[in-house]
Design a binder for this molecule. Structure first.
Ligand SMILES: Nc1nc2c(ncn2[C@@H]2O[C@H](COP(=O)(O)OP(=O)(O)OP(=O)(O)O)[C@@H](O)[C@H]2O)c(=O)[nH]1
Ligand SMILES: [Mg+2]
Length: 455
């Protein structure tokens, strides 16, 4: 009955709870839904923007369910179109039946991400904000949700738009000069332009610097637990997770393969990696395991170097650390030194630094967790007002930075205004792609394809 491409419906909540919300969007969403809705009490309840209605959802003469409707009048809706949210009881049969009934009218099932895509197309949000919707949906802890909310709120988009405008100003002036080319006027001060370009380059570099932290926040900060065999690494992993996750034994070389698991501390996700104890060995399997320990060291954001306070000297501990630090080139990697087995009476806390814990009885574990959080603060977490975490954003910002570098070089080389204007346009392009002002169907398909249906 309705134009098939225009109206869409989908279940927006997962089944399994008490309620199931079906979202319907498009120019005929209101009259479409009204066909099946019989308001409670009155025969004709007026529909108005954001006024909930209670009533029966009819399947022919039969009542399929009692529902609550919430109509939104476009453009003041999520998609920017007329939209209705219908809360059903979460019966798989009811949901499927209602969607089937609507499909019969020409309200077709929505594709993955189609609601958000419509919101983007109708100017309700830009592309970076639409991406943030997906990030927020997958955020399982506070830090990731906060980061997504910042982008969703437009902080990132605004910053990008500001940069672009800053370049556009100069571009317009340079292009104006072309109209007066005979008169050799300079509307755009070259020194002001150089300063502006430098400022924007700095802002871009600052954002690029946040990428690894942004990624780590989203995926969890990898923390490698390393040390010599029998130091108690697996015991520590188990104690942190409060779960017998890794095998523990008094035989050195118990852990052969890395074991990973997550822990959320104060809203930040850490991914602990228990590794094979590092030592010289002829055992080929153990060697392979130690290679994996090195791998874990390389990809970790932080390292817990565990020493055995019962039997290891400080000198040995430091030699061991220097060895893999040099071998793997880990000069900048934050390493926390931890002495384990402090419960043993003969344990020695070596004079030079580090924390003392007992993985076995839990002593010092709270301090260790706090040290992890403090270290993160030292690495800059919490200082940045804005973080990026999408590879697409990083790639485009790098392109913009390179283009700006060219502008700077060409300015120094005294290039003419028309060439500088071209350079500036090139630097603006990736910024425009970031917010989706320009873009290809392919990019949009890729971004919205990552969403689930109903979002
Ligand atoms: N007394 C005491 N013993 C501990 C402590 N932590 C671990 N152990 C013991 O030390 C031995 C080795 O512990 P693991 O956790 O398997 O050591 P690991 O570092 O994982 O060893 P590998 O996997 O071989 O590299 C086990 O017998 C543990 O019970 C501790 O805090 N105090
Ligand atoms: Mg182990």
């Amino acid at each position: 009955m309705f134009e098939l491409t225009q109206n869409i419906a989908a279940l927006s909540t997962p089944l399994g709870g008490g309620l199931a919300v079906i979202r319907v969007s498009g120019p005929h969403s209101w009259p479409g839904v009204a066909q099946f809705f019989s308001p409670m009490g009155k025969k004709h309840a007026p529909w108005s923007h954001r006024q909930a209605l209670v009533g029966n959802w009819m399947d022919g003469e039969e009542v399929l369910d009692q529902v609550v409707l919430l109509p939104f009048k476009g453009p003041n809706s999520f998609t920017g179109e007329d939209l209705v949210e219908i809360s059903f009881h979460a019966s798989p049969y009811v949901v499927e039946r209602a969607l089937h009934q609507m499909a019969g009218l020409g309200i077709r099932p929505a594709q993955a991400g189609e609601f958000t895509r419509r919101a983007f197309m109708n100017g309700k949000m830009d592309l970076a904000q639409a991406e943030a919707v997906a990030d927020l949906l997958s955020a399982s802890h506070k830090a990731a949700a906060r980061m997504a909310m910042q982008h969703l709120g437009g902080a990132f988009s605004n910053r990008i738009a500001q940069m672009r405008l800053g370049l556009l100003d100069f571009c317009a002036l340079l292009e104006l000069e072309l109209d007066f080319s005979e008169e050799e006027v300079e509307f755009a001060s070259r020194s002001d332009l150089a300063e502006r370009v430098q400022q924007i380059e700095q802002q871009i570099q600052a954002l690029l610097h946040t990428y690894s932290m942004g990624r780590a926040i989203k995926q969890g900060i990898p923390v490698a637990i390393v040390g010599r065999p029998n130091a108690g690494k697996s015991t520590l992993l188990n104690a942190l997770l409060q779960e017998e996750r890794a095998l523990v034994s008094d035989i050195p070389g118990t852990t052969r393969d890395t074991v990973e698991d997550e822990l959320i501390l104060e809203g930040i996700r850490f991914r602990f990696i228990d590794t094979a104890g590092i030592r010289d060995t002829q055992d080929p399997i153990e060697k392979l395991g130690i290679e994996r320990s090195f791998d874990a060291l390389r990809r970790s954001g932080m390292v817990l170097h565990l020493g055995d306070a019962q039997s290891q000297s400080l000198e040995e501990f430091e030699l061991e650390e220097a060895d893999w630090r040099e071998r793997l080139g880990l000069e900048d990697k934050p390493i926390l030194r931890i002495w384990n087995k402090m419960d043993v009476p003969e344990a020695q806390m070596p004079a030079a630094g580090g924390m003392a814990i007992s993985a076995r009885n839990g002593e010092g574990l709270e301090e260790l967790k706090q040290a992890l959080l403090d270290n993160l603060a030292e690495m800059g977490y919490g200082n940045q007002d804005l973080l990026i975490s999408q590879a697409r954003h990083k790639g485009l910002l790098e392109q913009a930075a390179q283009a700006l570098e060219r502008v700077r070089q060409h300015l120094e080389a005294g290039y003419s205004g028309d060439l500088l204007a071209l350079d500036l346009r090139q630097a603006m392009r990736p910024l425009e792609e970031l917010t989706g002002q320009i873009g290809t169907e392919e990019v949009l398909g890729h971004i919205f394809g990552r969403f689930c249906i109903g979002k």
